[in-house]
Design a protein. Structure first.
Length: 159
């Protein structure tokens, strides 16, 4: 079975986001073995300087890189990433599964991801040109992944 790991920096504060993620994790069990790894966000001051943000991203990046399962096809979620239709992303994930059998998606902190993490990934993904609250990205990613696997299996979820 496909191993799917989602690494995130920070945790979800609101119960409704956690419930949404939990629901999609349950649904994903039909297609893969999902694992969620939550890493601690590095604290920065109220109005951080660019250097402080860069240092925090570097520190978080080291923890992210250490948590990535070996031989995973790595996908960084970032604003400069490529956008796909649902069908295109499903095909991209299918190719990734054929290549390595395991996928690892990475969501950074509200400041993003370090260059080291992005450079280690085979794909940089943007889900939209729109800006969303950072807390919303995790349930959105889980829905996108569920939709992609549903498309690949030919279920009625995607219309």
């Amino acid at each position: 079975m496909i191993q799917l790991t989602v690494i995130t920096v920070g945790n979800l504060k609101e119960s409704y986001w956690r419930e949404a993620v939990s629901e999609y994790e349950k649904r994903l069990n039909a297609f893969c073995r999902p694992t969620l790894i939550e890493l601690k966000e590095t604290r920065v001051s109220e109005n951080p300087s660019e250097a402080e943000i860069r240092n925090a991203l570097t520190e978080e990046g080291k923890r992210i890189l250490a948590a990535i399962p070996p031989r995973s096809f790595r996908i960084a979620l970032c604003v400069e990433g490529k956008q796909f239709s649902s069908e295109e992303l499903a095909q991209k994930l299918n190719a990734a599964v054929q290549q390595s059998g395991t996928i690892c998606c990475i969501i950074g902190s509200s400041h993003g991801l370090s260059d080291e993490v992005k450079e280690s990934c085979q794909l940089r993904l943007s889900v939209s040109k729109l800006t969303f609250p950072h807390q919303m990205m995790r349930p959105l990613l889980f829905e996108v992944l569920y939709r992609s696997f549903s498309i690949l299996k030919g279920t009625k979820y995607h219309k």
